[in-house]
Design a protein around this ligand. Structure first.
Ligand code: ATP
Ligand code: MG
Length: 635
């Protein structure tokens, strides 16, 4: 077992000990780090499966994210923004507060009230962050839709949330083209009369048409007063609705509250990133995903941090873009995804090596299991063996990180491929089908035993579905839908989605184990495996593989890879069929959609693909399968 004894030297044993002594009191002490208009009278009301944190307390997310820092250090830089075309903007906390106040006043003038929903469909520009905070300031519930989604996806979400106002832009920049956001919104809401107004940011200068319900940001919002008091809201007041990535099926409208959520985000941001005044933080996640909500908007801003926000492709116009940004802004903390890392890794070491990455001190990852090989590359090539790699496991539903190394408070050895231990105040177990804890190193399903502050309130407008999806498999335990194991040191290893578990000759295998086996071979950049029914074995393993740049497919390579898996994972994991493709089907948040591969391979309907990144990947998979069928038919 590889152990990496690298941390930041912090040794605060009190935090974990406090949580172990009394979980509720511990979270109360964490909540006191926030600003409250009124204290709470009850720390947790738990009517399974509904949790309400800090009941009676009054607070405001926008006040915590802005006013708290403005009062101490108004000129602190909040956002260092860079557009794909190279344009730069800097906003201080004071600037942000003024903009947020103007938009909050504008929303009020449009009749938006506490509890009303506002849909935000913007590219990664500062106004996206401004929009969330303006909603939060007046108690409106924001619901962000990633700016790459189609008219139909927007329509579905706007109908589901019944938003009366939509905030969008004339366009957004992505890989050299302009995505015409306003045009898409027009189609999406053409016949939705309950949408009263659309606020349009002029960002790209793209020519668009305006209708009676449209308001131009510059004119309308620009004319408002730059002061707006933050509403004192109940701790349990809904802050936002956010739809999940749709990796396993139709996206779910996750509903988050205020006080508990902010407490969990505030604490984990500090424990995970060890944030200090001089840091320049850069999270590559779009605000359209939960990582952007918690660790671009609320976490960093509540800590008065300075962060880089980038609009555009991280590999555009060249794969060096990400490294140039880090070097230009002297980024100290980078938080990204395994998918992005595999893409960077695919184009080799020369680019990161020729940029100055010496400012980096901490490297994070989230979203999918990180293959140990990719972890090591991140550690060595990007962090130059000086930065801890922080693998954080969590979900849209959990609101904030649940399992992660915490270099901000403790220094523990890191194991490539493991997200280490649950964060203080969160109780996680690995259980079998009937809910009994499994032994160390045995595989099972990940559950959360007690409610935690960042826990979702429910699914928007669907308490029944909330109960069924998360609370029906086990009694009083939250079912996360992930397959995992805990080792003897209490480190958790994520093995893939529960839905994707393979059953081969009576053994259960997680997709992540086999995929990481493939990625540990020098020729493989990415791998996705799934199981299809097999008369004798139960399931047979098929793999879709993307080669690293500079390698070509040969029959010998195929055999070599099969032997490699037999050696690294074991004969039980021997793949039956290997397909080489140029790209894998992924969600727009960068997660591999294995259910799609499985459906195509079994000739079934492919289900909800509204969050699919690229239609072409489906054709890729279909033609790889067809080609193989042809080969098999040949005499
Ligand atoms: P849907 O629920 O609609 O299928 P999704 O689960 O992909 O979509 P998210 O909430 O964005 O939606 O993703 C959470 C999931 O991402 C987790 O359940 C887990 O499977 C995976 N994940 C996140 N972080 C990690 C990590 N560090 N290691 C392993 N898996 C991770
Ligand atoms: Mg999920």
């Amino acid at each position: 077992m590889d152990l990496y004894d690298i941390g930041l030297g912090n040794t605060d044993t009190k935090t974990r000990a406090g949580a172990e002594q009394d979980r509720i009191k511990f979270w109360e002490s964490q909540a006191r780090n926030l600003f409250w208009f009124n204290p709470w009278h009850t720390a947790l009301e738990w009517n399974p499966p509904f949790a309400r944190w800090f009941v009676g307390g009054k607070t405001n997310a926008s006040y915590n994210a802005l006013d708290v820092t403005v009062q101490k250090n108004p000129n602190k830089k909040a956002i260092l923004w860079e557009g794909e075309d190279g344009t730069q903007r800097t906003l201080t906390y004071q600037d942000l507060l003024a903009q947020v106040s103007k938009l909050a006043n504008a929303l009020k003038q449009l009749g938006v009230k506490k509890g009303d929903r506002v849909t935000v469909y913007l590219p990664m520009v500062p106004e996206l962050i401004v929009s969330l905070l303006a909603c939060a300031r007046i108690g409106a519930i924001h619901t962000v839709i990633f700016s790459g989604f189609s008219a139909q996806s927007i329509r579905d979400r706007v109908v589901d949330s019944k938003s009366s106002v939509i905030i969008t832009a004339d366009g957004g920049r992505r890989r050299g083209t302009i995505i015409k956001l306003k045009d898409v919104v027009d189609v999406a809401i053409a016949d939705l009369d309950f949408v009263k107004n659309v606020i349009v940011l002029e960002h790209t200068g793209n020519n668009i048409s305006y209708t009676a319900r449209d308001k131009k940001w510059n004119e309308f919002v620009g004319s408002m007063e730059p002061f707006c008091d933050a509403e004192a809201l109940d701790s349990t007041h809904p802050l936002y609705i956010l739809y999940t990535s749709g990796t396993t099926g139709k996206p779910k409208g996750v509903l988050h509250g205020t006080g508990g959520y902010l407490t969990h985000v505030y604490s984990t941001f500090k424990w995970i990133f060890d944030i200090c005044d001089s840091d320049v933080y850069f999270c590559t996640a779009d605000v359209g995903w939960v990582t952007g909500h918690s660790y671009v908007v609320y976490g960093p801003l509540m800590h008065g941090a300075t962060q880089v926000i980038y609009e555009g492709g991280l590999d555009y116009p060249t794969p060096a873009r990400i490294w140039e940004i880090i070097s230009r802004y002297r980024v100290t903390i980078l938080y990204t995804t395994p998918t992005a890392l595999r893409m960077f890794m695919k184009s080799g070491d020369a680019l990161p090596n020729s940029n100055n990455l010496t400012s980096l001190r901490l490297l994070g990852t989230v979203g999918e299991p990180i293959n140990p090989q990719v972890w090591k590359w991140y550690f060595k090539t990007i962090g130059k063996e000086k930065c801890p790699i922080i693998d954080t496991w969590w979900q849209t539903e959990t609101g904030a990180a649940m399992i992660s190394p915490l270099p901000g408070i403790e220094t523990i050895p890191l194991k490539p491929g493991s997200a280490a231990r649950p964060v203080p105040g969160v109780s996680i177990s690995i259980v079998d089908d009937v809910g009994n804890k499994v032994q160390s190193d045995s595989k099972g399903y990940l559950v959360v035993e007690d409610p935690w502050p960042g826990m979702l309130l429910s699914l928007w407008g669907d308490d029944e579905k909330y109960k069924t999806v998360y609370w029906s498999k086990y009694k009083n335990m939250y079912y996360a839908g992930d397959f995992a194991k805990m080792d003897q040191d209490g480190y958790i290893w994520m093995l893939g989605r529960a839905d994707d578990v393979l059953k081969v000759a009576g053994h259960r295998l997680g997709t992540a184990e086999i995929e990481s086996g493939f990625v540990s071979h020098d020729t493989i950049a990415e791998a996705a495996v799934c199981g299809i029914p097999h008369d004798v074995k139960g399931e047979s393993i098929i793999a879709f593989l993307v080669l690293r740049d500079g390698f070509v497919f040969t029959p010998n390579l195929k055999e070599e890879l099969v032997q490699h898996i037999r050696k690294t994972i074991g004969p039980i994991a021997t793949p039956d069929l290997l397909y080489f493709v140029k790209k894998l089907p992924k969600t727009r948040s960068g997660k591999i959609m294995r259910r799609l591969l499985k459906a195509i391979a079994k000739g079934e309907k492919i289900g909800d693909v509204s969050t699919l990144e690229d239609e072409a990947s489906v054709d890729e998979v279909k033609s790889a399968l067809a080609e193989l069928e042809q080969t098999l038919k040949k005499p």
